[in-house]
Each structure stands twice: as structure tokens, then as C-alpha cells.
Design a protein around this ligand. Structure first.
Ligand SMILES: [Zn+2]
Length: 300
């Protein structure tokens, strides 16, 4: 190793008191080193050639020490130090100028750097604006979807309310203005068959109101039923309004509960003014109107 050689060189050179040096000959006799005295005597004693300058041995010693130091520092990587030559300085200067050109932000080109910074800020603002526009578009789209959903819900609610309203039944005559004179299923010698409806005795000419939502499907005189109006409900149920003096609704007319149907009378097989009401589910046989009304939450 260079450092070992350098250290051994240092140790092997010992300046004697008279200026001579013991130089290790490198030979070894009987395990003992024999110092060979090489006398180097300068004429005129130890007078220096150039007073004021270090002596040659001192310069040599300093050089050896310097080399030893260099050897220590480069001994680890085993790579010789790269000492730039004087001819390399133009190259370094060129590299430095290139570096300065590439890093003009920190050099004298402040305007260029500021322009780049402004450009970056503009790009950042453009990206932010684009993101804001996208978010706004998404929010508007979501708002439209929400409004559409709310409108659809409102329409659905209105339809449901209509269905509820349509399904509700109302009294054919104002409460307290009539008397139930004959129930469904009663039998009498007055009838060819047992009573198939419900009788509402009321003064002649009293306004008869529609009981349930439907369409007027028949208006006219019907034998023992007298003047009869038939309203067909959405489920096919027929409501018969009989013995009227006159009509207040026409065939094909859509009527809701409470709309006028006609007027109380005694036409047909009748002993006095009353409304004979019949209910025919699915246009079939008559059922008790009281039971049908109770299903709808209405009590006659
Ligand atoms: Zn009757």
C-alpha cells in the first residue's frame, strides 16, 4: 500500500544530528537490519544554498508528508486523484456557462424566470378553471337529475292522490237529508224478487250525487227501475241510480265522487220518492251497497 510505503519511507529516513542520514539499505543480515552510513557532506558544512528558503531535506520531507497524506486519502477507493490540468480550465469555464444557461432562474435572466413562473401560474389557473368548470357541469347535471326526479315524484304523488280521491266514495245524498227505507235482501210482496239495492228516501227533486269515480255508461228509462243512470267504475263495478225524475249526467261523461247525477223521483216500480242504489261488481250480480261502501270507508 502506498501509505505503508510512505510511512516506512518516513521512518526509514532519520536525519542525524550532523545532517547525514541513515538510509535503510533494504538488506537484512541475520534478522538484523544493518544501517549503512552514506555520508553526504556538503562543502562548507551545513550552510544553506538559499538563505531564507527551507533546506532541501526539509522540502523533501514535506513532499513525502504531502504524498503520504494524498496516499491516505486515496487509499480507500484505490483511484488516483484527478488533478485538473491548466488546459482544462477553458473546458470547465464552458461547462459552467452551460450550467448557468440551464439554471437561468438563479442567474441574471430574471425576466425569463419570471415569465416561466407566470406561465406555470397560468397553466395552474387553467387547470383549476377546467376542474371548476367540470365540477360545475357535474353539479348542474346532478341538479337537473334531482329536479327531474322531484318532478316525477310530484307527478307520481299527484297520480296517487288522484287514485286515492278516485277510490273514495261519497254519500249520494247529503247526510241527514235522507232515510234508509229498505235494505239489501229484504223481501216483500211488492217485489218480484228480494230487494237488490238500498233505498234512500228523500224529497222529490233532491240532488243526487255520484258516489264513486267512473264513466257514465247508460242513461235512460229501464222498466221497473224507472229513470236509471249507470256509472261504470275503473274496476268494472256498475253503480245504478234508479227512480229519478230527471238526469244530470250524460253517457260518456267522466264523473268523480260528488258530481251531480240526477234528481230524486219515483219513476218505475216505486211507492214514493227515493233513490234506489245498486252495486254490481264486474257488471255481475248485485251486492249489498252497505257492505261495498264499508270497504271504502263509507257508512250510509
Ligand atoms: Zn229499492
Amino acid at each position: 500500500m502506498t501509505s505503508h510505503r510512505a510511512q516506512r519511507s518516513v521512518h526509514s529516513r532519520r536525519t542525524t544530528s550532523d545532517g547525514s542520514r541513515d538510509v535503510d539499505s533494504g538488506a537484512s543480515i541475520g534478522g538484523r537490519r544493518k544501517a549503512v552510513r552514506v555520508g553526504v557532506r556538503h562543502t562548507g558544512g551545513r550552510k544553506k544554498l538559499f538563505p531564507g528558503l527551507p533546506s532541501v531535506p526539509s522540502l523533501v520531507g514535506a513532499a513525502v508528508l504531502a504524498l503520504a497524506a494524498v496516499g491516505v486519502t486515496i487509499s480507500q477507493p484505490e483511484v488516483a486523484p484527478v488533478v485538473p490540468a491548466a488546459t482544462d480550465f477553458p473546458k470547465f469555464a464552458h461547462q459552467a456557462s452551460v450550467l448557468n444557461a440551464d439554471t437561468s432562474m438563479g442567474s441574471g435572466s430574471a425576466l425569463t424566470g419570471r415569465a416561466r413562473a407566470v406561465s406555470r401560474d397560468s397553466q395552474r389557473e387553467a387547470v383549476q378553471d377546467a376542474a371548476d368548470a367540470e365540477l360545475q357541469a357535474q353539479a348542474e347535471s346532478q341538479a337537473k337529475e334531482r329536479n327531474a326526479a322531484l318532478r316525477a315524484l310530484a307527478v307520481s304523488a299527484e297520480q296517487y292522490a288522484d287514485q286515492i280521491a278516485q277510490s273514495l266514495w261519497q254519500l249520494p245524498l247529503p247526510a241527514g237529508s235522507y232515510r234508509l227505507s229498505s235494505r239489501f235482501g229484504e223481501c216483500s210482496y211488492l217485489w218480484a224478487n228480494c230487494h237488490t239495492g238500498l233505498d234512500f228516501a228523500a224529497p222529490s227533486g233532491s240532488q243526487i250525487y255520484n258516489v264513486a269515480y267512473g264513466v257514465v255508461t247508460e242513461v235512460g228509462y229501464a222498466g221497473s227501475y224507472g229513470n236509471r243512470t249507470i256509472v261504470t267504475l275503473p274496476d268494472g263495478t256498475e253503480m245504478w241510480y234508479c227512480h229519478q225524475t230527471s238526469f244530470a249526467a250524460s253517457v260518456g261523461e267522466t264523473v268523480v265522487a260528488g258530481d251531480p247525477i240526477g234528481y230524486v223521483g219515483s219513476t218505475g216500480n216505486s211507492t214514493g220518492p227515493h233513490l234506489h242504489l245498486e252495486v254490481h261488481p264486474g257488471a255481475g250480480d248485485a251486492v249489498d251497497p252497505m257492505g261495498a261502501a264499508l270497504v271504502r270507508g263509507l257508512q250510509f
